[in-house]
Ligand binder design. Structure first.
Ligand code: RET
Length: 244
């Protein structure tokens, strides 16, 4: 199947990536402007959003320029047929920086104990790095890495639904409400990432172009849309209670 040997993205794919790049950069600049309107002690969540959107802008700049991917041999039905697929490793470099920052956006508004925050960040890193290594492995061992990554994501949910929910509840009903909205939104979106991985880097059943559209929509919802929703909601809360 020669189409499976296609690497890289076509012009349309690249136009889409430039569009995502533009949104990331534009919303990044909006956040910077917004940050200057709030007092210094209330800027932590803006800072996180800015580092998330800056990282995403650079990652999308790379992918739109057809950089940050590399052809990797892939197996079909256990046979090494000398076919390759472009693995976009720049995505994982983006995620290893931005996903811990997204989790911090969420839990720093809950007063979650530091020990739980450390565990959360560690499992997030396990999830992303196993995803990267799995994507670079040609044989079916890649699914072993994927399983470790999924287990780490499950542990993240356990912390979000257990201790983090408990801490936000202790801060008061308005904290609990905004936490629940952000946590449900984030948890739902994050389940779609391993599905995209399974279809793209894992089973190689969707083309890199379709992968760009799938992850691109997810990244827009998980980065600019999430950070704006979240920071708007928590700007109405009493920051002194968060013990930042
Ligand atoms: C991988 C593969 C290994 C198993 C799991 C994954 C989950 C990735 C997630 C990524 C989230 C990315 C975000 C990016 C920012 O916009 C690494 C795909 C579970 C949840 C939110």
């Amino acid at each position: 199947n020669p189409s499976r040997a296609d690497i890289g993205i076509n012009t349309k794919g690249s136009d889409w990536l430039w569009a995502v790049f533009a949104v990331m950069l534009f919303t990044d600049l909006l956040f910077m402007g917004w940050m200057f309107t709030v007092p210094k002690g209330r800027r932590a969540f803006h800072h996180l959003a800015i580092l998330i959107l800056t990282t995403a802008s650079i990652a999308y700049f790379s992918m739109a320029s057809n950089l940050g991917g590399t052809p990797i041999y892939v197996e079909f039905n256990g046979d090494a047929q000398n076919l390759t697929r472009d693995i976009w490793y720049v995505r994982y470099i983006d995620w290893v920086i931005t996903t811990p920052a997204l989790l911090l956006e969420l839990v720093l508004a809950t007063g979650l104990p530091l020990s739980d925050i450390i565990a959360l960040i560690f499992f997030d890193e396990v999830m992303i790095i196993t995803g990267l290594v799995g994507a670079l492995v040609a044989s079916s061992y890649k699914w072993g890495y994927y399983a470790f990554g999924c287990a780490a994501l499950i542990y993240i949910w356990v912390i979000l639904l257990g201790p983090a929910l408990k801490s936000s509840t202790a801060l008061g009903p308005e904290f609990k409400k905004s936490y629940m909205i952000s946590a449900c939104y984030l948890s739902f979106l994050w389940t779609l990432y391993p599905i995209a991985w399974g279809l793209a880097d894992g089973a190689n059943v969707i083309s890199p172009d379709s992968e760009m559209i799938f992850y691109g929509i997810l990244d827009l919802l998980a980065k600019p849309v999430f950070t704006f929703l979240h920071v708007f909601m928590i700007s109405r809360l009493d920051y002194t209670k968060m013990q930042l």
